[in-house]
Design a protein around this ligand. Structure first.
Ligand SMILES: Nc1nc2c(c(=O)[nH]1)N[C@H]1C(S)=C(S)[C@@H](COP(=O)(O)O)O[C@H]1N2
Ligand SMILES: [Mo]
Length: 246
């Protein structure tokens, strides 16, 4: 499914009901209300697509804090580090027409986006950094995202308090231009504490959505059977909001 189709499908989901009403409703008042709703839905979609602020090089934080897992410390991760992540693969699967398995070289060879953004953690700290990587939309287009897909799930190599860290977003955030798979921070390969060798940047969302140590991207129709069903590690455990838009 191409990007435009995905966004149109989302838009259609938001406005389908009201255009039907507008076509068939015999009462003018009802049509007016439908049009109001249509406008509101379009405004909401537009707001979701707006860009997060981007900053100058001079704004970059002297050190970008690491939070949550700072060292996955598993045998798997140690072995990957020892070979400088030469055999790290990122899989793209689930509801896609063409599953992918990408190496870091593959990821570096894709069209890149570089963005200087502010990371906001719910624990009350922020940091500004320059991130580089391909847009998630590029990978989803390459993998031919299926029409049934409604969420994108991110799988990670670390275990936080013994459990797999994972996160998920809807297709609006998945196709947002600032949603990238970062492999560089401030011009260098990602440090271990910040998610080496790959991590998500989802700039319109709070910090816990930005999955580090990324190993797999999975397109699903529902989040019910993923983790404990709430769409993310912290959502499942601490009641964090699944939608953490900023
Ligand atoms: N795999 C994984 N991703 C994660 C976490 C984690 O513990 N494991 N912590 C999250 C939280 S709460 C924040 S604020 C950011 C921290 O990113 P940083 O370590 O680069 O500052 O990563 C998020 N992604
Ligand atoms: Mo966080």
């Amino acid at each position: 499914m191409k990007r435009r189709n995905a966004l149109m499908a989302l838009g259609a989901g938001l406005i389908a009901g009201c255009s039907k009403l507008a076509e068939t409703g015999p009462i003018a008042g009802l049509m007016e209300r439908a049009e109001d709703w249509h406008r509101t839905a379009q405004r909401a979609l537009g707001a979701r697509q707006a860009l997060a602020p981007e900053y100058d090089r001079s704004d970059i934080s002297p050190s970008f804090r690491g939070n949550g897992t700072r060292d996955p410390a598993t045998d798997f991760y140690r072995a990957a580090q020892a070979e400088n992540f030469a055999n790290w693969t990122l899989s793209v699967g689930g509801l896609v027409g063409r599953p992918l398995s990408l190496s870091l070289a593959d990821i570096r060879a894709l069209p890149q986006r570089t963005q200087i953004t502010r990371h906001d953690c719910v624990e009350g700290w922020s940091a500004i950094g320059e991130w580089q990587g391909p847009q998630l939309s590029t990978l989803l287009d390459m993998a031919e995202l299926d029409e049934r897909a409604r969420y994108i799930v991110f799988r990670c190599a670390d275990r936080l308090n013994g459990a797999e860290y994972y996160e998920s977003v809807d297709l609006i955030d998945a196709y947002h231009p600032q949603t990238i798979i970062a492999h560089r921070l401030n011009g260098e390969p990602l440090p271990m504490k910040n998610g080496a060798p790959l991590r998500m940047r989802i700039e319109r969302q709070l910090g816990y959505k930005h999955a580090k140590y990324l190993t797999a991207i999975e397109a699903v129709e529902s989040l019910e059977s993923v983790g404990k069903g709430k769409g993310g590690y912290w959502e499942d455990r601490a009641g964090y909001q699944w939608y953490a838009g900023i």
